[in-house]
Design a protein around this ligand. Structure first.
Ligand code: ASP
Length: 589
């Protein structure tokens, strides 16, 4: 028998019992006559004692053991003389009478403790050691619980879990596909799904009514801190529903998950249109843990003789409460430079400091104190507040100010852990005009339906009209992260075909890529819609963490590499020949 208890089970009531534990050596302390070992498993840590007087050989053996050795011990439980109140087993220890070393361990390349000294790539290379650390282990356990609660809730709501294939044809979700060569069809390729979008819609045509899947999706994108080439979605679709039904069902799911994993009760989720979110926060995923809403100044800042503002579409600012004193001219200069970095691209930054004895501003030469006082009133600012103002083209300026708002929120420590602010963002535009490629893109994806009242305009309107079509498309935002997104879909062949036209597909291209879906729509497709949650991100945001990596057992690094198995890697010549892609290789060489 390897164990009678886990390393987190023994308490005062076990005193006197003979027990057997197995686990890893976390730490050992040698006091001459006595040696202490902390034995760890997934559940916790239990202290072991080896007594020189009781058994010299055993004690000598214990002293030689290194960190991460795997042990099985037996002994009797006794009360500890100096208790450790920070540990659940801290009242007791085991006086060891028997020990077997189940396996030795090399000295680990980094400390296996809550705080580790291991760098990111080293931790990934030795992921099996990293996963022994409690915080990482807890994340993975949390993830498992979240998946379980998701299944419970959705199956209670009559959703059926259906697996869709991984070897498919491209789905256009806006990223590049990972492709897989086909041996049996030389020169042809499968694509890994960016999402099961078309399959779940087909399942609705098939009468499945309510579908879900906790599913891997693959997108070949340049990686950022919170992106992974393979990630997991809670993917869902429902037939015979309106947007309202979907919002209610998945608000319910989110509340259920918070209640049953974190014991947090979320109130009803506020809703905001896309336009309103852009107007008030310069973002379609505003972090509502703090205010700092935009105040537009066009009517009081333009046509006062300051040409920068006069030549701008929009003058808009935020009020950083109580920050006037904290920002010297040098600090403002630094903040301005931060805003001017190419990632943000602001041209400049205007400040107004509201003081008890007057107003100071970088545009003081152009505006009188009375004029600036009008700004202050618009902001409802008080002495001590700092106004930060940007100007320029409407969309760009709002986005830039949105970044500044977040940065100020961070600096002022306004985003508190454990504070959860969900938000539905609704009424996204259907299409987005892209100046560079001179064509429309689907804001969500090409299967999203326009709002009912916009269908006519979509079928018959001119180019300009298309820019103003709205969709029943929605995002669920949590603390400034988009954790879910979906839409009511087109279920009519002609409308779907019109959408492909608008997106620049020729009839042949649309037919070749999506003929199967449009064909299915001709056999009694029900009205339907759905949503997908970013499962990894949901885990991270619920735990107040910014990176999804530590919620994925075996993640890839920033270069898309798995450091442990060292992938991707070249394959043998014979494999290429067999796949019929040796020719490609010859061309490259
Ligand atoms: N397939 C979409 C996505 O991956 C979600 C949806 O529309 O249901 O974002």
């Amino acid at each position: 028998m390897y164990r009678t208890h886990t390393c987190d089970e023994l308490r005062m009531e076990n005193i006197g019992q003979e027990v057997t534990l197995s686990g890893w050596l976390q730490a050992s302390r040698d006091f001459g006559g006595m040696t202490f070992i902390d034995l760890r498993d997934r559940y916790g840590i239990t202290q072991l004692v080896f007594n020189m007087e009781d058994d010299q050989d055993l004690c000598a053996q214990a002293r030689k053991l290194g960190r991460e050795f795997v042990l099985r011990i037996s002994g009797s439980v006794r009360e500890r003389s100096n208790k450790n109140p920070n540990r659940s087993t801290g009242n007791v220890e085991i006086v060891v009478t028997e020990m077997e070393v189940l396996n030795a361990s090399k000295t680990p390349p980094f400390t296996i403790a809550d705080e580790t000294d291991g760098g990111e790539d080293l931790r990934m290379k030795y992921r099996y050691l990293d996963l022994r650390r409690t915080p990482v282990q807890q994340n993975i356990i949390f993830r498992s619980k979240l998946a379980l609660e998701t299944r419970k809730y959705l199956s209670d709501q009559n959703f059926v879990e259906v697996e869709t294939p991984f070897l498919i044809k491209s789905t256009p979700e806006g990223a590049r596909d990972f492709v897989v060569p086909s041996r049996m069809n030389t020169g042809q390729f499968y694509a890994l799904p960016q999402s099961p979008q078309t399959f779940k819609q087909i399942l609705m045509v098939a009468g499945m009514d309510r579908y879900f899947q906790i599913v891997k999706c693959f997108r070949d994108e340049d990686l950022r801190a919170d992106r992974q080439p393979e990630f997991t979605q809670i993917d869902c679709e429902m037939a015979f529903v309106t947007q309202e039904d979907i919002l209610n069902t998945f608000e319910g799911l989110t509340k259920h998950l918070f209640k049953h994993t974190l014991d947090v009760e979320l109130g009803d989720f506020p809703r905001m249109s896309y336009d309103e979110a852009m107007l008030r926060y310069g973002s379609d995923k505003p972090d509502l843990r703090f205010g700092m809403e935009f105040v537009e100044l066009n009517d009081v800042a333009k046509e006062k003789g300051f040409s920068v503002f006069d030549n701008s579409e929009l003058v808009v600012g935020i009020c950083a409460e109580g920050q006037a004193e904290s920002y010297s001219n040098k600090d403002i200069k630094k903040l301005t430079e931060w805003m001017q970095r190419p990632q943000i691209g602001a041209k400049g930054l205007v400040y107004v400091k509201v003081g008890a004895d007057g107003i100071k501003s970088s545009v003081g030469k152009f505006f009188s104190e009375e004029q600036l006082q009008v700004w202050v009133e618009k902001f409802g600012a008080k002495p001590g507040d700092l106004l930060l103002v940007l100007s320029g083209e409407i969309d760009k300026t709002r986005k830039q100010l949105g970044e500044l708002r977040l940065e100020m929120g961070r600096r002022m420590d306004l985003m508190k852990d454990g504070d959860f602010k969900p938000l539905w963002v609704l009424d996204f535009p259907l299409l987005e005009w892209d100046e560079d490629s001179n064509r429309f893109h689907a804001m969500h994806h090409p299967f999203t339906a326009p709002k009912k009242e916009d269908v006519d305009r979509m079928l018959n309107g001119d180019h300009e009209t298309m820019k103003n079509l709205r969709a029943d498309a929605y995002d669920l935002v949590l603390n400034g992260s988009e954790i879910g997104g979906g839409s009511i879909r087109i279920h009519d062949r002609d409308l779907q075909s019109r959408n492909f036209d608008l997106l620049g597909f020729t009839k042949e291209e649309a037919e070749a890529q999506f003929g199967f879906l449009m064909g299915a729509f001709e056999y009694g497709a029900p009205p339907h819609g759905g949503i997908a949650f970013g499962f990894d991100r949901l885990c991270a945001v619920m735990n107040g963490q910014s990176s999804i990596r530590d919620f994925i057992a075996f993640p890839k690094n920033n270069q898309g590499r798995d450091m442990m198995i060292d992938a991707p890697a070249p394959v043998a010549e014979e494999q290429l020949v067999e796949l019929g892609i040796d020719l490609v290789k010859e061309v490259i060489e």
